[in-house]
Design a protein around this ligand. Structure first.
Ligand SMILES: NC(=O)c1ccc[n+]([C@@H]2O[C@H](COP(=O)([O-])OP(=O)(O)OC[C@H]3O[C@@H](n4cnc5c(N)ncnc54)[C@H](O)[C@@H]3O)[C@@H](O)[C@H]2O)c1
Ligand SMILES: [Zn+2]
Length: 389
């Protein structure tokens, strides 16, 4: 990958603006890059055991070479670590090591590490600088960009947190080479999402390059990450605190989150649930008369080619709707959804229970499965739905 040039995506957020830098091999230069961001020599490197095993020593070496005094904070891997208890432990370490207002935290890892580190940085001494160094595809294209930080509560995912922007996001795509395949395909669901919500040309590029992406070829991987970051940065810049426009990033997540929570966050990992959500929410949009059947089929096809299943686990409508209600996107009993009108364009609209129920019923009758696939143009509820448009 070394022949590829450094790429930069600027995130415009007034005085909280920052750059996302993408460069194969970037990890070796974190020490030099930090000079522009902090005057303190104390750097906390928060990571998890899996990532530490492969990348921590290289990062520490780079920091020491540049004159810094790094403190590694190694956490257990997995969503179970995203708790207030972990935050307390991280803060404790920072306090004991006498971290000051200018001391900086590096989040070296996936979305779990990024969310924890960002939140700890947001509240330690009312806010210290932090830099995201994401090492999973999900983190590189999604969680490291946008400033949402936080932890889970017993009663809900991401319930406790803060909007807090990093000083920079440094992406080294070479780290993706060690990512388990399942984590890689899960990340592709988020990449595909960006094409659907904002850029048909990018979607067409993904359709063409899926085989190369699955082989982790450098040039398409760089382009996929960069374009995803650009789209997320653009949406976030327009709506930092998710009042309206930022909701489009939730496409595929209304059903996705519901399935993820019904699976108890065990059976399905996030991106896999989102993959199903992308297909099912397009199908629902078609049922509502918002898009044509070809939109659903293109989405279904790319999701399957990426190695994700569009097929959901066994569930009943009552449990699906119940889980959709628990999402944050609820308004007066209706669920606010994001629906494709074509590839590259979505609309934000509430959906009523009976509309969702009719779709569920029409797609699989009395069975307990979400639809696996159907021929375009054969949708039973289609004519009525178009009339309601
Ligand atoms: N803040 C946001 O806007 C936002 C957006 C999306 C997701 N998230 C959060 O992100 C989390 C999911 O992130 P994730 O999918 O990165 O999961 P993760 O952080 O749990 O990482 C997945 C696994 O991959 C391992 N790993 C990480 N990098 C590796 C590498 N380069 N090589 C080998 N193994 C590696 C990790 O140790 C872990 O076991 C969730 O908690 C979710 O809520 C946040
Ligand atoms: Zn997501």
């Amino acid at each position: 990958m070394a022949a590829v040039a450094e790429q930069i995506v600027h995130v415009t957020l007034g005085e909280r603006s920052y750059d996302i830098v993408l460069y194969p091999g970037l990890l070796a230069s974190v020490g030099d890059r930090l000079r522009a961001l902090t005057t303190s020599l104390k750097i906390g490197v928060v990571t998890d055991r899996h990532v530490a095993r492969r990348y921590l020593q290289g990062v520490l070496r780079s920091l020491r070479k540049a004159g810094y005094d790094p403190t590694p904070i190694i956490l257990p891997p997995g969503e179970g670590t995203k708790t207030l208890g972990t935050i307390a432990k991280v803060l404790d370490r920072l306090a004991r090591q006498r971290f000051e207002r200018q001391s900086l935290l590096l989040a070296l890892g996936g979305g779990v590490i990024g969310d924890i580190t960002g939140f700890a940085a947001a509240i330690y001494q009312r806010g210290i600088p932090f830099v995201q160094v994401p090492t999973t595809l999900v983190a590189q294209v999604d969680s490291s960009v946008g400033g949402k930080t936080g932890v889970d509560h017993r009663l809900g995912k991401n319930m406790i947190g803060a909007f807090y922007q990093p000083r920079a996001v440094w992406i080294d795509p070479l780290t993706l080479r060690t990512l388990p395949r399942r984590e890689w395909t899960a990340g592709l669901a988020e990449v595909i999402k960006y094409g659907i919500i904002a850029d048909e040309e990018f979607f067409a590029f993904l359709e063409k390059e899926i085989p190369a992406l699955l082989k982790l070829e450098e040039s398409p991987v760089m382009r996929a990450i960069k374009r995803s970051c650009e789209i997320k940065a653009q949406v976030v810049a327009g709506d930092e605190r998710e009042s309206d426009r930022r909701r489009i990033l939730n496409y595929g997540h209304t059903i996705g989150h519901a399935l993820e929570s019904l699976a108890g966050y065990r059976g399905l990992i996030h991106g896999e649930a989102v993959g199903i959500g992308l297909v099912q929410e397009a199908d629902l949009a078609y049922h509502m008369g918002l898009c044509g059947p070809e939109v659903v089929e293109r989405i279904r096809s790319i999701v399957q080619r990426a190695g994700l299943s569009g097929q959901a686990p066994q569930i009943s409508f009552a449990s699906l709707w119940g889980a959709m209600q628990h999402d944050k996107k609820v308004l007066g009993g209706r669920v606010i959804g994001v629906w494709p009108v074509k590839i590259g364009e979505v609309v934000i609209r509430p959906i009523e229970r009976q509309v969702c129920a009719a779709w569920f019923q029409s797609t699989h009758g009395r069975g307990s499965r979400l639809p696996r696939g159907r021929q375009p143009g054969k949708h039973p509820a289609r004519r009525k739905a178009v009339a309601r448009r």
